[in-house]
Design a protein. Sequence first.
Lengths: 195, 177
Amino acid sequence: MIHYIWMFLLLSGIIAAASKGQIDLVTAATLSGAKDAITVCFGLISILVFWLGMMQIAQDAGLLKKLAKLLGPIARFLFPSVPANHPAMGYILSNMSANLFGLGSAATPMGLKAMEELQKLNPDKQTATPAMCTLLAINTSGLTLIPTTVIGLRLKYDSINPTEIIGPTMIATFIATSMAILIDRYYQRKHKRKG
Amino acid sequence: MFEIISLISKWMLPALVVFIPLYALFKKVPIYESFIEGAKEGFPTVISIIPHLVAMMVAVAVFRDTGAMQFYLQLLSPISNWFHIPSEVIPIGLLRPISGVGALAFVESIYREFGPDSFLGKVASTIQASSDTTLYVLTVYFGAVGIKRSLYALKVGLWADLIGFIASVMVCSLMFL
């Protein structure tokens, strides 16, 4: 599916530029897109280096095991294929907690660490496992209590009540995340049946 | 209630940065060495993400900057009328899964035109806040560990985005109209 989306984005862009007679736009866009990607990656380096260091301390101190024990029932329900005492559980739960409390910068390193641990359980290193898909579903549906970026932006535009949207956001994100988990379950079953 | 949550959110990060090493020190973990050992992995991880992110963001930039996106947005505007969704927020919903920055630009234009406290401003805020950039998350997470076949992950993410979008519009209509 990702192949088709990629091709669709590129092809429709080229057709649009050609039909306007401004094919140069494509050249400029490829350059600026690549540059943006590298900028994002550079931003990621600082965050990843710092938080992966922090997470290693938490791991060595047994904090992640504690978290996994505390929130075990939730994790076992969401990730039945991951052994309860596997290190992946601790990272998954810290990723979910970081998302929930709006610590976006810390959530990504924790999520990547969780992916790395899930990859160790994966028999086919090039194909995603159902557990990985569940982790993705939770992360893409934007589970959060405090949308810090948007509140900051509302403040910048002189909102009288910038936090007013926290309530509806919580409800909407809760609906989206629970539906994502349900849809994920549905596809998981379908995938299993196919073998 | 919201004040308490935002206070927790504000204090959480600094508290963690102090609490994790303090607790570890108490458990006799060599915290400095631990930190260095974990932090070492940061750079190689980003390096493995770069090709994935460049591929995706170039395609998104071509789609956006050539006007192809504008074309599809116009094509889809009748849908908003059928479902009584304000047409101004449709671009945000469509862009949210593929480009977080792109969606944010539309949110800002709504803030400028109608103000952040208008109904449209609140709907736009909620749509932007209640979801994450699916394509970006997918690219980064799978790219970091070298997964090539993502199974149904993209489908699930896109369905969740659609549901989150509809839920945002409906919740805001119920609360603010």
